[in-house]
Design a protein around this ligand. Structure first.
Ligand code: COA
Length: 375
């Protein structure tokens, strides 16, 4: 049977760069204002004072130094703390479709494909800007693609779950050439009002082309040796924004309608789950961990990635073995591991084996075993 290949990847990076210092400054000013406005309730013990954020904490606790966002003035405005995006009409391309196209162009160029040759598009991300029609179908039309397109959401694991769907569709013959897109506008659902969350995320979009070896063009390609997904329910990462909010009897606390997490518990629960997931996937595929040349892991926390790599390798990873993009991009949700793959795959030889792995809310974990097939 023909192997299934990744023949191209693409990345859209927003033009607006936001440093930790800028975020800490805007939230610090917002907190001073909030504390002054709620002085009486704080003094009477009704409300707790909002503590000041710190750059040192952010870098030490997460490894995040910086992020890119689709709009920065609104989210840095202490009186607003969320992006300011113009409303687009039905005749205009939606913003998620627009960033998908940016990432798609690069991935298609790498694969030597035209939009019209794509016959399956899967948009996977943590939040979709509307319920329907699917963003993927809008992208399908804009690219002149054929076949079918749909949206899906498995939070930070959306890319690997979508890649498995695409691989399965191509292997089964229900698609000839699939495109997976991960338009993560995390700044729209990040909580910039609370210091425990305001630094976590950044925006980006990734694209991946998947097709069978038999019809792939020449150029760099990666064989998909195997895919494996797993889920286990947890409330430790949660966002309650949804279509039933307006029908619920009790008004929600606004903080429940954005990303929230019990980060420390996530760290403790997810690291062993991911290490065991990768270990058993490699073992079942007959690949020794010592032969794995690169781990492109989800980018949420530097400590998490070092812990997972250390558990697998039995030693600290060399920087190039488990590449980090978190310092520059922050957590870009499902796009993170694909950004690491897109930017850090130089130096591998034909035949080298590697793992792309995402993890996050659900809990969810997805691993894609890859072997370099051609340069
Ligand atoms: N600046 C200063 N202090 C801060 C702060 C900030 N921006 N954010 C939190 N703190 C404080 C906390 O309020 C807490 O204070 P307290 O001890 O007085 O209560 C203290 O720092 C420690 O907070 P904690 O949440 O325990 O820190 P942590 O070491 O667990 O780091 C994360 C927080 C989020 C960086 C870390 O838990 C993490 O990355 N977890 C992985 C989960 C993840 O990223 N998931 C995303 C989806 S996969």
């Amino acid at each position: 049977m023909s192997e299934i290949l990744i023949t191209g990847t693409g990345l859209y990076t927003p033009a607006n760069s936001v440093t930790n210092a800028e975020l800490v400054d805007s939230l610090g000013r917002a907190n001073e204002r909030w504390n002054a406005e709620h002085k009486q309730e704080i003094e009477s013990g009704e409300l707790e004072e909002r503590d000041m954020p710190s750059e040192r904490f952010i870098e030490r606790a997460s490894g995040i130094g910086h992020r890119y966002v689709v709009e920065k003035e609104g989210l840095l405005d202490p009186g607003r703390l969320r992006p300011r995006l113009p409303t687009r009409g039905e005749g205009e391309l939606s913003i998620q479709a627009e960033i998908c196209l940016e990432a798609a162009q690069e991935a298609l160029a790498q694969a030597g494909r035209k939009g019209a040759e794509i016959d399956a598009i899967i948009v996977g991300c943590s939040n979709l800007q509307r319920a329907y029609p699917a963003v993927a179908i809008e992208v399908q039309q804009a690219l002149g693609a054929t076949g079918f397109a749909y949206d899906m959401n498995v939070a930070c694991s959306s890319a690997t779950f979508a890649i498995q769907n695409a691989v399965d569709a191509v292997r089964a013959g229900s698609a000839r050439c699939a495109l997976v897109l991960n338009p993560e506008i995390t700044s729209g659902h990040n909580n910039f009002e609370l210091r425990e969350f305001h630094f976590i995320f950044g925006d980006a979009c990734t694209a991946t082309v998947i097709e069978p070896e038999a019809s792939a063009n020449a150029g760099e390609s990666w064989s998909v040796v195997g895919t494996r997904l797993a889920t286990k329910f947890s409330n430790n990462i949660r966002n309650d924004a949804g279509f039933l909010n307006r029908s619920e009897e009790t008004a929600r606390d606004p903080h429940e309608l954005l990303f929230r997490q019990n980060g420390r518990q996530v760290f403790y629960d997810v690291c062993p789950m991911v290490a065991e997931h990768i270990r058993s996937h490699l073992s079942d595929a007959g690949i020794a961990i010592g032969d794995v040349k690169r781990l492109w892991l989800h980018q949420a926390n530097l400590g998490m990635n070092v812990t997972i790599a250390r558990t697998l390798l039995g030693r600290d990873p060399e920087p190039e073995e488990a590449p980090v993009i978190l310092d520059e991009y922050a957590n870009t949700s499902s796009a993170g591991s694909v950004i690491a793959f897109h930017k850090h795959r130089d130096g591998l030889e034909v035949g080298d084996e590697a793992v792309l792995c995402s993890f996050g809310a659900g809990y969810s974990v997805g691993s894609i075993l890859l072997r370099k097939r051609s340069d």
